[in-house]
Design a protein around this ligand. Sequence first.
Ligand SMILES: [Zn+2]
Length: 205
Amino acid sequence: MGENRMAYPKLIEQLITKFSKLPGIGRRSAERIAFWLLDHSQEEANILAKSIIDLKEGLMFCRICNNLSDTEICLVCSDTTRDEKIICVVENPKDLLAIEKSGSYKGHYHVLLGTISPADGCGPEDLKISQLMNRVSAENIEEVVIATDPDNEGEMTALYLVEQLRPLGVKISRISVGIPMGSSLEYADMSTLGMSLAMRREIRE
Ligand SMILES: [Zn+2]
């Protein structure tokens, strides 16, 4: 009663259930994907399955900036055409990708892999902050752009970074306009993100 759902063979139902747990995929799309796979060759299914396994097994964090990478040094860090005097600090690799998509930034990055968040028991020592300090001291960095999210944790992290960076005598700036307070960088639209980076303001004290 009520549910007028077709009884699929268990193997299909199992796959549909798995797919429908993916972000943005409802049951209908999950059914479509499952039947697409049934319609296509064994080889195509193998390629898809292998890509998923490779993703989990082959990805690592870049040794320099903590971006996701399938090599020890990521594509951004190994790109010699980028401005090596500027580092943009982001919370996670998704934020880096969002900024890259906006096409508005051609410097290097540093991914903190989180934010300072007392509620989650996450302090500065849990983030890749000392690694950032080492980079700023050792490399010839002129500006650090802090692009953490404009929410409580992001602001707290930005304040801490400013305190730590100040003695190093580097120019420090913060992304500004456009991204509403409390929101996340990764969901900002590309032109807003580009604008926010272009209009970043220097933090002087
Ligand atoms: Zn890197």
